[in-house]
Design a protein around this ligand. Structure first.
Ligand code: NAP
Length: 290
């Protein structure tokens, strides 16, 4: 009789073999713009892929040449890259997805994995436009991925092999945190964590302006504001405490913080942030034609 632990070990070996196979092959980044570049930087930085394993394509040749000079990756055309790659990461604008995929459809194979990072484009649209050949995974990362502090969500569908999901999880985990989430939540994820860095940058800029107004030199004010955001975010993640509890810990009765909070509430900061996420999520859905 085979023991459970032995079966588990064999399954793990099986998984590792497949993860290694995806990881050992070539990845084609179709549309290597800002997000594609962030993924290149993270995966090379983490030694997940060697530059020689990465093929990049763009509309303009010079966009790809710049990445070749910076990272030593290979430049290619969409067609040649898809012929060669085991994994295809599609990072063009959502509006171009249908056109690009339908052109590549005759070249796509059943042993390939297609990972889309495009906002709003669903797994079922991707499957339809790619001719149902490759396994399809949808991911929604964000640009702090570049310095391996990213937040990504991934989802597949029933037909995606476990090894492919494991591989995608490994890939994005090299660049930060990853959550497997229901696809129904992906537009909301786009509005929150993909657009979110822009919202936070505005908050850092504004906090720093507050420091400048109070007499702190701008470069020091920016560092104070950014490190404060980093520290507060880390407190939420590392203590597991509710943000409201952490906020109460800073807010001494009759102290300074409560006066500041009063101004934030007067300005409608909560409603503004909620609406920002809601609006960005609505736009993500519209980009996918929903
Ligand atoms: N930026 C983010 O924070 C973020 C976060 C999550 C998801 N996303 C998603 O990631 C995708 C890319 O966003 P991005 O910000 O990286 O945009 P981007 O910088 O504009 O990148 C898009 C790239 O696609 C290339 N391209 C255009 N037509 C092409 C074609 N026919 N074949 C191959 N490449 C083509 C462009 O090349 P040229 O430069 O030569 O024109 C450009 O480099 C979007 O779908 C977006 O929804 C972005």
């Amino acid at each position: 009789m085979i023991k459970d632990s032995q079966v588990q070990k064999e399954n793990q070996n099986q998984d590792n073999k497949e993860v290694t196979a995806y990881q050992k092959g070539t990845i084609a980044i179709i549309g290597a713009g800002k997000l594609g570049e962030a993924i290149i930087e993270a995966t090379i930085g983490a030694d997940f892929f060697k530059p020689s394993q990465i093929l990049v394509t763009n509309k303009r040749k010079e966009s790809s040449e710049r990445l070749k000079t910076r990272f030593g990756v290979q430049t290619s055309t969409n067609e040649a890259a898809v012929r060669e790659a085991r994994v295809i990461l599609l990072a063009v604008k959502p509006q171009m997805a249908k056109n690009v995929l339908q052109t590549l459809k005759p070249l796509l194979r059943i042993d390939q994995l297609l990972i889309s990072v495009m906002a709003g484009v669903t797994v079922s649209q991707l499957k339809e436009w790619s001719g149902n050949e490759p396994a399809v995974i949808r991911a929604m990362p964000n640009t702090p991925l570049r310095i391996r502090k990213g937040m990504s969500a991934i989802c597949g569908c029933d037909t995606v092999p476990d090894e492919a999901m494991d591989f995608a999880e490994h890939l994005f985990a090299t660049a930060g945190r990853v959550l497997r989430m229901d696809e129904q939540l992906f537009d909301a994820v786009t509005g929150l964590s993909a657009s979110g860095p822009a919202f936070i940058y505005i908050m850092i800029e504004a906090l720093a302006e507050g420091g400048v107004k109070a007499g702190i030199p701008r470069h020091l004010a920016t560092e104070l504001a950014a490190q404060t955001c980093l520290g507060a975010a880390s407190m939420v993640l590392e203590t597991g405490k509710h943000p409201a509890v952490l906020k109460d810990e800073v807010t001494t009765p009759a102290g300074c913080t409560i006066d500041g909070i009063l101004k934030l509430e007067e300005g409608g900061i909560r409603v503004t942030l909620i609406k920002a996420v809601e609006e960005a999520a609505r736009k993500a859905a519209a980009l996918g034609g929903k």
